[in-house]
Design a protein around this ligand. Sequence first.
Ligand code: BGC
Length: 732
Amino acid sequence: MILRLFAALLTCGFATIAFAQQGVGWKTGPEAAAIERKVDALIGKMTLEEKVGQLHLSGRGEGFDINQVKAGRMGAVMNFVVPQEVRQVQEAVRQSRLKIPLIIGLDAVHGFSTYFPLPLGQAASWNPQLIEQAAYWTGREASAAGINWTFAPMVDMSRDPRWGRVLEGAGEDVHLASVVAAARTSGYQRGGVAASVKHFVGYGAGEAGRDYNSTWIPLSQLHDLHLPPFKAAFQAGAMTAMAAFNALNGMPATAHRGMLTDLLRGKWGFRGFVTSDFGSITELRLHGIAKDDAEAARKALLAGIDMDMMGDVYHKHLANEVKAGRVPVKALDEAVRRVLRVKYHLGLFERGDVDVAAAPSLMQTEEARKVARQAAREGVILLKNDKATLPIAPSVKSVAVIGAMAVPEDERVWTDPAGLGRRLVQPLPDALREQLPADVTVAYEPAFTRNCGTEFKDKEAAVKAAAAADLVVAMLGEDCEFMGEGASRTDLGLPGVQQELLAALVSTGKPVVLVLATGRPLVLTWADKHVAAIVQTFHGGTEGRAAIAEVLAGKVNPAGRVPMSFPRSVGQIPVYYDQLPTGRPQKIRQRYESIFMDEANEALYPFGFGLSYSRFTYANPRVSREKVAMNGAVEIAVEVSNRSERDGQEVAQLYVRQPVAERSRPLRQLKGFEKVFLKAGETKTVTFRLEAGTLGAHDDAGRYRIDPGLVEVYLGGSSLAEAKTRFELTKP
Ligand code: BGC
């Protein structure tokens, strides 16, 4: 842990030693052994009710009973964000008999007071160090407000943009998602809050993208796709996990002993605790596997759910279940042990109360905002740039910014830090004025009543402003009510009346730059044909619009890459790059090939894709050896050149394919990537090290196997990478 912290510090220029001391994580050696003894001793002193109390997680708001804290009947709280209130619950603990500190949780998903891009937008940066720093500052600010536990990162894999929560994940690819999961976990915990990796497991595969819906995941896919990001988070030290709402192959994840106990604790050796999701224990009745809450509580506990989030079910029923002998004391003690273990490893017993007076000055610090700006910049994906419309040319003397989204209404998803910090978020028109030469005029028309764009305020004024300008910048997309939890959609066009506005803007004949802030890849087929340029962001956070202005003005060269394929139409979904081959591949697009009659197979913008103001080329791909033992490794190098007049960042990507193996293998799979900065005209050699052990796949029984044979390697700037080399995997 210490080594890891140190390594993280080295890569993180903004951090100081003082901050590093805030870091939390698993202690090892004699310290860990001492903690086990303390936990045992404490459990020995606890009454049945106090034990159950440790498993009870209740939240701020109606129904919260501080007397339960005073009575030692509550082990955790959530949604307390005002330091004074945090302080009150901390003080209440000291009135309890055993004074066991509370674990204080919050969904600090992409920021606390400083907002970073949505997690999907962070993933679009393909920059794990930067993502680690964003999580670090989130943890740092949250812990300064007294929070010591975050319900993040969400590492659910999803290939379905109909699902509103894809914004919380890292996109469609398991390698990228695993790297991001580890980076976010380390960052949060270095910042001082325990991570809760969620939702275990399969939540992102809900049928038809409908939230909370059932998932059917074959064991091979569960192990190849859905589990690795969890594993990566645990390997990075994640101290807690959250179970999912969905049923996995017919068994609700909240009662899934196979996953929660056999795999997580048994095989993976996870020592932290698992919380339910919000009320998911009582939902076991609705799933049809418990006749009442008592049975739901029993099933969840015995499956391996240690903490009941907001369900009040353990609190009401668990003691009785134990008294009646339906839940063994040993099982209860085990759950309590895990919770207490985390509390000790977090250092909660030694930590003082939140420093109410200091908290505000630790919010939105210059360092945090610097990271937020950089994350916002690097998360911008340039999807289209016809005739070099961008960066805005010197000949453009007037710009019309259209769309209420250009002015922030609300950058928050979930967290409400109750007015801490300055919350200065620059509107896009102001940011553009700052970035463009003084003789360029920037007009602004919101067109809609709200950012969501469901209703016009003044369409005519917007069209008029567009017609009068040299260039139109339309900022559109999805606002909070169209994305996130409980926001599944079947139509992935621009919400409300936004498409109507976009068409009207295009018909002015003026070049239109479409700037998007969304929570998912939308269907942009019409826009792709009709607008001059498309700039995609996944809500850039506090610094989002300022970063967009820098990109539009050419101060920043865009380098974000698509983390999740953009479908051409909803009917194509799921569309993702690492598909398996079929026996009827698309060749000449005729009947009896695996194609759609009315739609292309390919994504509109594929995984890994993103334009730049520079132009990059790849040459001379090569392997360090042609034969690689199945327990060995190989180095793969390629020359990347910036053949343009502008400095820029490129994301060099490495994909593999094994054309013949025991089972079908994906047409391509990402196995490595590196973000490289190249000066105008510069060439760099990028070298990847590939462990042969990562080239296997799981079978139907969940067994991992690596097969000998040819491995094709593709190198380039997207999943369509063209530079090609190969090696042979051989038996050792
Ligand atoms: C979500 C979780 C979240 C929890 C607490 C649930 O509805 O699924 O991801 O952590 O609420 O806010």
